[in-house]
Ligand binder design. Structure first.
Ligand SMILES: *Cc1c(COP(=O)(O)O)cnc(C)c1O
Length: 387
């Protein structure tokens, strides 16, 4: 296991992982076991049953905890499985304050699953701390934060929101999927629980679905572990192995994602066919200073509004060749999508427009290809789609 004093690039490769004691195998083996031998009833060697614990998963959980600068990690079969497990900490009658631009699946599980269990949710502009304060109630047990948000890349102040939560004896959970611990470590800013869709940058290769929760609080970890085992949304050892392989290259991938996204954001910002570019690395971004303070770099996600109609924008995303038209994000390959027609199509048009999600808004997950090829691709798609 690596030392906590080592830099994140080193911990990404070594934390939680030792060569296999028996064979010397350098990589964590895929422990494809449901069960483990006991030397006498109850006398096991640390593992009894793989829903409860699996050595490949343990290495991943320790690796992720180290990346977030925390003590405890728990892995799940999806980001939603992880989010569900945070909600398992609540009881009927509890209240949650969340951002009004949280991930669609998060909004869905809050309103279409947990409201049926009598948990109440308020969705507010989490960049407006007065609005957050006035939404807090006696029964508020959780403040749910995402930053940067999807798709307009709003940046929320984790430290300020954690303070508001704690003033009301509520927990602050941060979905750190977009930034990754390479760029932002919410626990350093006071968050109690960090949530990840490992499907995105941490896996990094668009070849798995998994999730994680990380905390520095032993009691919270124990409760999360109880629900992890009781509910059973645990990842397969093979998926754990794939994420471990992904985290080894996190630093070099993120450096390139950030570099490419920044260059594209500036190029788009100067482009005649583009109205607004949403990227926290642009000085014109309303939360640029906060992002510069809270994050080590500005990430690989950006959005921009084409000077185009809904149909022209649809044509544009269909014409790209290096950028693949697809939902999801965070893989090495560049993806592009049109929120109004895809990820956010379920939101009624008037509500969508009020939230700034206009028809010609385009979201890109900028990959690690050569940036000149990415620019050329966007340009040829504009030439083909726009008059
Ligand atoms: C994808 C995503 C999730 C859900 O994760 P899955 O792995 O798809 O279940 C949650 N939050 C954010 C910000 C995401 O991008």
């Amino acid at each position: 296991m690596s030392d906590d004093d080592e830099h994140i690039e080193t911990r990404a490769i070594h934390a939680g992982q030792e060569p296999d004691e028996e064979t010397g195998a350098l990589m964590t083996p895929i422990f494809a076991n449901s069960t483990y031998v006991q030397d006498g009833p109850g006398d096991h060697r640390g593992y009894e049953y793989s829903r409860t614990g699996n050595p490949t998963r343990t290495d991943l959980e320790d690796n992720l905890a180290s990346l977030e600068g925390a003590e405890y990690g728990r892995a799940f079969s999806s980001g939603m499985g992880a989010i569900n497990t945070v909600l398992n900490l609540l009881e009927a009658g509890d209240h949650v304050v969340a951002g009004d631009d949280v991930y669609g699946g998060t909004h869905r599980i809050f309103t279409q699953v947990y409201e049926d269990y009598d948990v109440d949710f308020d969705f507010v502009d989490t960049t407006d701390h007065d609005e957050v304060r006035s939404a807090m109630r006696e029964s508020t047990e959780l403040v749910w934060v995402e930053t940067p948000t999807n798709p307009l890349m709003n940046v929320n102040d984790i430290g300020a929101l954690a303070d508001i939560a704690h003033e009301h004896d509520a927990l602050c959970a941060v979905d750190n999927t977009f930034a990754t611990p390479y760029l932002q470590r919410p626990i350093e800013h006071g968050a109690d629980v960090v949530c990840h869709s490992l499907t995105k940058y941490l896996g990094g290769h668009s070849d798995l679905v998994a999730g994680a929760l990380i905390t520095d609080d032993e009691d919270i970890d124990e409760q999360l572990g109880f629900y992890q085992n009781s509910v059973g949304a645990t990842p397969s050892p093979f998926d754990c192995f794939l994420v471990l392989r992904g985290t080894k290259s996190l630093s070099v991938r993120m450096d390139r994602h950030c570099e490419n996204a920044s260059e594209l954001a500036h190029w788009l910002d100067d482009h005649d066919s583009v109205d607004t570019v949403y990227y926290p690395g642009l000085e014109s971004h309303p939360h640029h200073d906060l992002a510069a303070e809270q994050m080590d770099d500005f990430g690989g996600m950006l959005s921009f509004e084409l000077d185009a109609s809904l149909d022209e924008a649809s044509e544009f995303v269909s014409e790209t060749e290096v950028f693949t038209l697809a939902e999801s994000l965070g893989g090495v390959e560049s993806l592009i999508e049109q929120p109004a027609a895809m990820t956010h199509a379920a939101i009624p048009k008037a509500e969508r427009e009020a939230a700034g999600l206009t028809d010609p808004l385009i979201r890109a997950s900028v990959g690690i290809e050569n940036v000149d090829d990415l620019k050329a691709d966007l340009q040829q798609a504009m030439d083909a789609a726009l008059d």
